[in-house]
Design a protein around this ligand. Structure first.
Ligand SMILES: Nc1nc2c(c(=O)[nH]1)N[C@H]1C(S)=C(S)[C@@H](COP(=O)(O)OP(=O)(O)OC[C@H]3O[C@@H](n4cnc5c(=O)[nH]c(N)nc54)[C@H](O)[C@@H]3O)O[C@H]1N2
Ligand SMILES: Nc1nc2c(c(=O)[nH]1)N[C@H]1C(S)=C(S)[C@@H](COP(=O)(O)OP(=O)(O)OC[C@H]3O[C@@H](n4cnc5c(=O)[nH]c(N)nc54)[C@H](O)[C@@H]3O)O[C@H]1N2
Ligand code: SF4
Ligand SMILES: [Mo]
Length: 720
């Protein structure tokens, strides 16, 4: 049986032994054209989730402190009725929605959300995007006119990879589907290329690098500005790839003048000579690419960092050029279809009611959700629908968000676990699990380092009583549409009635025909079809990345503005900070996060593969910082931030930059009513209880998870 792992963006091809309803061995598929047999220990979690007795199979309704299993019809009717009642009384915006990370890996959710959002009609939409990559989207929107056209490092052909704030050896790569990343780096080095990693921690990826530079959390704007300044000042630019498209380069040079390496070196903590040398090596490499990910996105200057990284690529002739930053040509072209339907997106579409934070492309920043629930007045959020998300553990100031969610009038969760967030739901609608339905990684095939396509069929049949995410979303949309006078008109009655006969598979078939390799609905022409993918279950290779910016660019005249207003404003803000006196050194440390190969955000912790072995939820600290505080390896410490304090075991590590401490996110499995026996036995603490929800990224209001000021002190052992 062939399947694509949908747990992270690496999209590894798997072979799974299946006998009836029993899952046997799971191994990497050597014939997969992009993953070539690569796999990580989490793949086995597919089986463990499948067999998990805690995974919900039937809808639950809250009854006091307990749950009652109910039928689908009753559950869906009640969910629609309660949502519609709030919206009928207080308006559509009184019910918010949150879409979590696994939604991006699930074609049924991506497609089912279209009618669901239409029927819900709320302006209060939240998602993991504002906890993760909205700055990347904002950068692409400003550069190329489309939020979803993100250039991907052409890792397999580059000669120089400059990586900031990413750890693909552990994360599997993000906005860079590059399974088996370690091997790709070995190949880069074998052909004489180099990897340089910039990270406050000597991460698993940094250990492979030819050079690792420590950076203070949040200082990347200075480094990237200094690199681009050097390229412009020393005339290291190259007319190649998409370089000719850049306009207003002189304006950019003027804006960057205050960020010369010598001027920023003290604050940046990296010698000017080193920054200049880095810029020169980058510009001189036959092919180079600068890539930044969550470390530079969940960041006070996330949009600026993402933008400067791609501007560095552009100016050195490495954007839309082999070995540089390239646009994937996906078989099912999600971004292209979105462009046809609604254009390339809009940067700031509104402001949040309470804080006036920016709404990006129709969504509000998730760090603002708690206050939108708790602050009375017109537009107050009184109901919530979450789909595949656990924001109590994933969003800043999780404890405050939990209190807010607990006080809602109605909360409906589409999820198969009773976890820290969904335990507050009134109704839980559990979808089937990945192995029980077919899938296609429609988003991540579009962010891959190679053009490939692989269909992922169901590995086993779902129980007759189970529903897929797509069915649940469509059913809810239909019922909401029927109850609300305005919903159906917005969606169109005919479209609504056609929905039950539509499936993700049918829509995929259509998307492939409409895509760049499809027949364009002219069968005589021939082209890639779903039948082709089904005939080649290991996937189809569609070749290396090739230049295609001219096909995807939507900005005016195909030109790229090198001095857009939001960037001017961010550079002015950065310059003000540079001019201000630095804070006097106190006893505060900067808290950053950490991902572990065996975990996946907040939710795989109910499997043995994630919890076995060493304790994972530890605070990492440099030994010098520990001895200054009289702290010992293995001791318990109290970590305190503006918003909360938590206790965790201390682990000393020279891998951490002095002044920086690291605690992983996704832990903290405590609270009455959870139904995750394995996770509860390994609870850990939630790093997001410490993260400040008041701090937002500068352009689109993304969460800032890293660089949180904390103090750390010893606490006596529990039994003393
Ligand atoms: N401190 C700190 N916090 C962070 C981060 C960080 O680096 N540091 N990273 C952030 C990032 S990048 C992200 S993406 C977010 C992720 O945070 P969330 O969006 O909250 O996602 P998860 O924690 O993965 O929770 C996923 C939920 O989806 C459910 N689920 C899994 N598969 C399916 C499915 O197929 N269908 C349905 N309906 N449900 C499913 C699971 O049971 C679980 O409840 O966390 C963010 N939080
Ligand atoms: N095993 C595993 N894999 C995952 C996930 C998981 O939870 N576990 N989550 C998935 C998700 S949702 C995502 S979005 C991706 C994320 O994929 P990546 O972005 O590759 O994720 P991280 O491992 O968090 O890497 C971020 C790095 O940034 C560093 N960093 C922190 N602050 C700063 C800073 O201010 N500047 C710089 N330069 N670096 C900084 C951190 O030390 C860390 O090494 O991973 C995905 N894959
Ligand atoms: S790296 Fe691991 S979790 Fe990610 S897709 Fe591959 S097997 Fe799945
Ligand atoms: Mo993410």
């Amino acid at each position: 049986m062939h399947k694509t792992c949908n747990l992270c963006e690496a999209m590894c091809g798997l072979r799974i032994e299946v006998q009836g309803r029993r899952i046997g061995r799971i191994e990497g598929d050597p014939d997969d054209p992009i993953s070539k047999g690569a796999i990580c220990p989490k793949a086995i979690a597919l089986k463990q989730v499948q067999e998990d007795p805690d995974r919900l199979r039937r809808p639950l309704r809250r009854r006091g402190r307990d749950w009652q299993e109910i039928g689908w019809d009753e559950a869906l009717a009640e969910a629609a009725e309660r949502i519609a009642a709030i919206q009928g009384r207080d308006g559509d915006d009184a019910v918010a929605s949150y879409l979590g990370n696994p939604g991006a890996h699930n074609l049924g959710i991506l497609l089912g959300l279209v009618p669901f959002n239409g029927a819900l009609g709320t302006a209060n939409k939240y998602s993991a995007s504002s906890l993760d990559q909205n700055p990347k989207h904002a950068s692409s929107l400003m550069l190329f006119g489309h939020w979803l056209q993100i250039p991907i490092p052409d890792v397999d052909h580059t000669g120089f990879l400059l990586m900031l704030g990413a750890n693909p050896v552990v994360s599997g790569g993000s906005l860079m589907t590059a399974p088996g990343f370690r091997k790709r780096i070995e190949a880069l080095q074998a052909r004489g290329g180099q990897l340089v990693v910039v990270d406050p921690r000597r991460s698993e990826t940094a250990r492979l690098a030819d050079r690792h530079l420590f950076i203070r959390p949040g200082a990347d704007g200075l480094l990237l500005a200094a690199l681009v300044q050097t390229v412009l000042h020393e005339k290291l630019t190259r007319e190649r790839g998409a370089a000719w498209r850049g306009i207003h380069a002189e304006e950019l040079a003027r804006l960057l003048a205050p960020f010369a390496p010598a001027r920023v070196e003290d604050r940046l903590g990296i010698p000017a000579a080193e920054v200049r040398a880095l810029a020169r090596t980058f510009a001189a490499a036959p092919a180079a690419v600068c890539y930044g990910r969550t470390g530079t996105s969940q960041h006070p200057y996330g949009t600026l960092c993402s933008w400067l990284a791609d501007v560095l690529n552009l100016l050195t002739g490495n954007l839309d050029h082999v070995g540089g930053a390239m646009f994937t040509t996906p078989a099912a072209d999600f971004a292209g279809l979105i462009a046809m339907r609604s254009g390339g997106g809009e940067l700031i579409t509104g402001r949040t009611r309470v804080r006036g934070a920016p709404c990006f492309n129709g969504e509000s920043p998730t760090p603002c959700l708690a206050e939108e629930i708790e602050t009375p007045g017109p537009g107050q959020v009184r109901g919530l629908v979450t789909v595949a998300g656990n924001p109590v553990l994933s969003a800043p100031n999780g404890a405050a968000l939990e209190r807010a969610i607990a006080g809602l009038e109605c909360y409906v969760a589409i999820d198969f676990y009773v976890n820290e967030t969904t335990r507050h739901a009134d109704l839980i609608l559990p979808p089937s699990w990945s192995l029980e339905h077919d899938n296609y990684e429609a988003l991540f095939h579009g962010f891959a380092v190679r053009n490939t396509a692989r269909y992922s069929p169901a590995a086993i049949r779902a129980d007759p009583g189970q529903r897929e995410d797509f069915e649940i979303l469509v059913e809810l949309a239909l019922r909401l549409g029927q109850r609300k006078a305005r919903g159906p008109r917005r969606l169109g009655w005919r479209a609504l009635r056609a929905l039950p006969s539509v499936s993700p598979r049918r829509l995929l078939k259509w998307m492939l025909r409409a895509g760049p390799y499809g027949d364009g609905f002219r069968p005589w022409r021939g082209g890639l079809s779903l039948a082709d993918l089904e005939a080649r279950p290991s996937g189809i290779d569609l070749g290396a990345l090739a230049p295609r910016l001219n096909e995807v660019i939507l900005s005016e005249g195909g030109r790229i503005d090198l001095a857009p207003l939001p960037i001017q404003e961010e550079l002015a803000r950065l310059n003000e900070e540079l001019e201000a006196d630095p804070d006097p050194p106190g006893d505060e440390l900067a808290l950053i996060g950490r991902r572990d190969l065996r975990t996946c955000n907040s939710w795989l912790h109910n499997t043995r593969v994630c919890t076995q072995g060493l304790e994972r939820c530890t605070l990492l600290m440099h030994p010098d910082d520990a001895s200054r505080r009289g702290l010992e390896d293995g001791g318990r410490v109290r970590i305190r931030s503006r918003v909360a304090e938590v206790l965790a075991p201390l682990e000393l590590s020279e891998d951490l930059m002095p002044g920086v401490v690291s605690l992983p996110h996704g832990w903290g499995h405590r609270g009455p009513g959870l139904r995750m026996a394995v996770a509860e036995a390994h609870p850990g603490v939630s790093c997001n209880d410490l993260v400040d929800d008041r701090v937002l990224e500068g352009v689109v209001g993304n969460a800032v998870f890293n660089g949180v000021p904390v103090t750390v002190e010893a606490v006596p052992p529990v039994d003393s």
